[in-house]
Design a protein around this ligand. Structure first.
Ligand code: 5GP
Ligand code: MG
Ligand code: MG
Length: 180
């Protein structure tokens, strides 16, 4: 599997250092809030697992899954709820954890959903942000690990056809992989 990677953009060490840094900031910001941390499946699983271990606070953790309809290669902007959380969010400080923000459609949908259910505050922590690809200008991450180039990335949660999520780093695939 490692042989399919052309270039490593963010090494395992660099990602771990970033998790430690973000975890420290979040520990301060959420000290007395006992946030509801929501992992956006499936891509945010590795990041959530590493990040929450760096947050020295009481928290609840839940999981949500959405899918965006892809019309060809680009997102149509329509988002569908695939798996809901089990937790009551009314009056809660919610922190979404996501792998990457691209168009912003997914997080716009998720923020609206929980706002309507009465969350007290809603913030977003993403490992990666692709500001150049944004279509929903109102969506900004409150905590960002890396601003990334507008390229197709895999690893550390990010997949190509369901694979490569288990790579411990983020990289770019060799062009021949797409021709298989
Ligand atoms: P958005 O709704 O912001 O356009 O979608 C974000 C989702 O698109 C991410 O959670 C991720 O699943 C997918 N995505 C965006 N950019 C990339 C990328 O470079 N590589 C991969 N594998 N998935 C991406
Ligand atoms: Mg995602
Ligand atoms: Mg995907």
């Amino acid at each position: 599997m490692n042989d399919d990677i052309q270039k490593v953009l963010y090494s395992e060490q660099k990602i771990q250092d970033t998790c430690a840094e973000l975890g420290k900031t979040l520990t301060t910001d959420y000290q007395d809030k006992q946030p509801l941390v929501i992992c956006v499946l499936k891509g945010a699983v590795p990041f959530t697992a590493d990040l929450i271990k760096r947050m020295n606070i009481y928290m609840d953790v839940d999981f949500i899954d959405v899918s965006s309809y892809k019309g060809g290669i680009s997102s149509t902007g329509e988002v569908e709820l695939v798996k809901d959380i089990d937790t009551d969010v009314s009056g809660r400080d919610v922190l979404f954890i996501d792998d990457i923000i691209d168009t912003g459609n997914t997080l716009e949908y998720l923020k609206d959903l929980l706002k309507n259910r009465g969350a007290k505050s809603i913030k977003i922590c993403t490992l990666m942000d692709k500001p150049e690809a944004r279509k929903v200008d109102a969506i900004k991450a409150d905590y960002v690990g890396f601003d990334v180039p507008n390229e197709f990335l895999v690893g550390y949660g990010l997949d190509y056809q369901g694979k490569y999520r288990n790579l411990p780093y983020v990289g770019i695939l060799k062009p021949e992989v797409y021709q298989r």
